[in-house]
Write a protein that binds this ligand. Structure first.
Ligand code: SF4
Length: 454
């Protein structure tokens, strides 16, 4: 049975795509292996959002090349966003690579791997080996990420509901790597969620690049409700599913019907991601984000009013081209005002073929770094205060399994997506129960289960 090793870079969408590729390869008789030295096929599922992610994957592929000395038949492949963005040029960067498959062709990976492995095993000279590059568009590809194998006792799962984005933010390469917005039909998604629930899944996270604008071009509104709210209602109605999350949304997708949904769908958790990117209206406009700082803050307030205890996390870019000290101070002030539960702060990194990459007034690296450090201090302070405020309280936790750092303890998440570590027994995995929080450290809460679970 040939072994396949897949390494995944980047976001949850990529994790979900890799799961799907693993499932398809397993069904063909391949064995998924955790050690690259035991593999006959090595696939890197890549990310293009930042230059560093691309360089990591290219560096890793370069280091893997030596494995072919012991295993001459070894097949190397790039999948995903960087494969889509760079295509055939990756064969020059990594000449030993056999396969480059873009984001709309994951369902073809098993066929290509079969073909390449067969050729590698039987070709006598290297010239007979022809790399395969497939980065074409494929109608309906949004519906090919839909089946998943679950590990024993898995209780949470990602569900891909759409692909692509039509927003064209000036810094973002996603519209090029993932294409235009395409949503899966609601019935297909609900069928997948129902099957997950039947296999023990308690929490689903709906995934899309611009998830809260799901289906806006394909499916009609019903009773004034957007396709995304219709989908949320249908997913929340699935028996056995106790929590519903979604990521990654856009602020302009939080329309009245979605905010109202938080007042009446209890399975929707008290956590949203609300990517800010900048607190300066001038920079937001150049970024083409479609909202102002004031609108963003008022949206955060409306969402918190709709659901008490709502946690809000965000993404922020510092050092976008033309960002002055005054622009940065506005971002900093907005972070203080919004008091996010957590924030991912990124130094702007130019992405090839995006409008921002060629803008004048690129910000020097040392300025980006200083703003990055300063903003991290602000957001980490707010994060620590939020966690500290929970010490002494009791929170609802979904137990996910043994803690990664200490397998003698269990880990779970609150509805607000905070990690909690506690003592328990294996039978607690998959249960939802109250935990009394005794301390907070770093980004983690520690506590004791309040009820004894039988
Ligand atoms: S909405 Fe998100 S995925 Fe779409 S272009 Fe903007 S940043 Fe990229």
């Amino acid at each position: 049975m040939p072994g396949v090793y897949i390494k995944t870079y980047g976001c949850q969408m990529n994790e979900r795509d890799s799961e799907q590729v693993s499932k398809m390869l397993s069904e063909r008789g391949y064995a998924m292996v955790h050690d690259e030295t035991e593999a006959d096929v090595i696939l890197l599922n890549t990310c293009s959002v930042r230059d560093m992610a691309e360089q990591k994957a290219i560096g890793k592929m370069g280091m893997l090349r030596k494995l072919r000395q012991q295993r001459p038949h070894l097949v190397f492949g790039y999948l995903g966003c960087m494969a889509q963005a760079r295509g055939e040029s990756l064969l020059k960067t990594s000449p030993h690579v056999d396969l480059v498959v873009g984001t709309q062709k994951f369902h073809r990976v098993a066929d290509y791997v079969d073909e390449l492995l067969h050729t590698r095993m039987h070709a006598l000279i290297d010239d007979e080996r022809r790399p395969i590059v497939d980065t074409d568009e494929e109608p309906g590809s949004q519906s090919t990420i839909r089946d998943q194998d679950l590990v024993p006792r898995q209780v949470t799962a990602f569900v891909s509901i759409m692909q692509g984005c039509n927003m064209h933010c000036a810094f973002c390469i996603v519209p090029q790597t993932r294409g235009a917005e395409r949503g899966r039909p609601i019935n297909d998604i609900v069928a997948e969620v129902r099957s997950l629930a039947e296999r023990g899944i308690k929490e689903v996270t709906l995934l899309g690049q611009i998830v809260n604008l799901y289906g806006r071009h394909e499916f009609p509104k019903v009773d004034g409700k957007s396709p995304f709210v219709q989908l949320l209602e249908a997913v929340c109605a699935v028996d056995g599913i106790e929590r519903v999350r979604f990521t990654s949304p856009h602020p302009i997708g939080y329309r009245d019907d979605l905010i109202e949904a938080f007042t009446r769908l209890p399975k929707l958790v008290e956590h949203i991601h609300l990517p800010l990117q900048s607190g300066s209206d001038r920079i937001l406009k150049i970024m083409r984000r479609g909202y102002t700082a004031e609108k963003f803050l008022s949206l955060a307030t409306r969402i918190r009013d709709a659901r008490p205890g709502m946690a809000i996390t965000t993404d922020i870019i510092v050092g976008f081209p033309g960002e002055t000290d005054a622009d940065y101070e506005m971002t900093r002030a907005l972070c203080e005002a919004a008091s996010f539960d957590n924030a991912f702060v990124f130094r702007y990194s130019p992405r090839q073929n995006t409008p921002a990459a060629t803008m004048e007034q690129q910000v020097p690296e040392e300025v980006k770094e200083a703003r990055n450090q300063d903003l991290l201090n602000v957001v980490n302070r707010h994060c620590a205060e939020k966690l500290q405020s929970l010490v002494g309280s009791t929170v609802e936790v979904l137990c996910e399994g043994p803690s990664r750092h200490n397998p003698d303890r269990l880990t779970g998440r609150t509805r607000t997506n905070k990690i909690v570590i506690f003592e328990g027994a294996p039978r607690h995995v998959g249960a939802v129960f109250p935990v009394h929080i005794t301390r907070a450290s770093g980004f983690t809460l520690y506590g004791d289960p309040v009820l004894h679970i039988d």
